[in-house]
Design a protein around this ligand. Sequence first.
Ligand SMILES: *Cc1c(COP(=O)(O)O)cnc(C)c1O
Length: 366
Amino acid sequence: MPSAYSQIVKPELLLQPVYQPGKPIDDVARELGLDPTGILKLASNENPLGASPRAIAAGKAALDQVALYPDGGCYELKRALSEVHGLDPEQFIVGNGSNEVLEIVAHAFLGAGDEAVMGKGAFIVYKLVTLLLGATPVEVPMVDFRHDLPAMAAAVTERAKVVFLPSPDNPSGTAKTAAEIRSFVESLPDHLLFVLDEAYAEYLEDGPDLRDLLLAGRKVFCTRTFSKIYGLAGLRIGYGYGDAELVGLLNRAREPFNANAVAQAAAIAALQDQDFVQQCRLANLAGRRQLEQGFASLDLEYIPSSANFVSAKVGDGVACFQALQKQGVIVRPLAPYGMPAWVRVSIGLPEENERVLASLNSYLNS
Ligand SMILES: *Cc1c(COP(=O)(O)O)cnc(C)c1O
């Protein structure tokens, strides 16, 4: 930290952990002198099938109008979301990725003296946004890589304003059943907001549906993203839904033009191509089976996943990451999540899964 700023910087910023993203292909190519076209990145849970061609075409067409500011109210996208979810358009807030929506929640509800309850080792953004706003993360240990819902409910104090729960979780890939989530929500006191992060919900066969709870006035808010099954991670667009009063409050903490025009256009077209989504869901199921069976035949412990990635115990996650990187395969070491022995592998196309398994095999037997 340059001392020139130590007098004026907000103290909480110095405590802020640094988010470690999946390593970009170009970085690996530069550092190791590899041809970027031969590098396989399975480190950020991106969609190996890309995006719907209709979404890409809509995004390209929107480029013709980029001199104009986007529709800050996301009128058309909210109408499309409203049809998909059966909720009113004013129950949706759109963000520059769902990451931004989570940060808007923190802006609206968290400050010094407040607490946010979350799983220890859950998706790290909950902790980042909590600390950024000067509030206190209350991290509840997981049991067998699963959120311990009774312990989380017991960790709620008067100061708690938000509870974050991802299902499926990242990086464990574990999911709660709809019944588990509903009874957890019902066990929470009414003074706080329950946030269900549904970034991978489209991969579930039978995901939770909390719409009746939020219509009945429970303080429930769900976030979703176009970065995963919709394959639009590079455009940065996600959303949340809750009751209209909550969404109105969140909108006050939102920048006026936070969702760009290209992303909005692509997202609308992506929502309208549910055949593509279904194709991705089926391909993911097959790829997950392939990876899980591959890990088993390498005698690697893995966490059975409900999402588009699988985490495996490889001994030394960083050493494995580095060795695979030399072979042009990027995976995600999980030390930042308190799992130093593990790596997370995003599910790729069949031949990509084969390649990562072959690389792992040669790493383990070298
Ligand atoms: C990927 C991910 C997100 C979403 O990220 P955005 O790209 O910002 O929409 C949110 N939550 C979890 C658990 C994720 O893994």
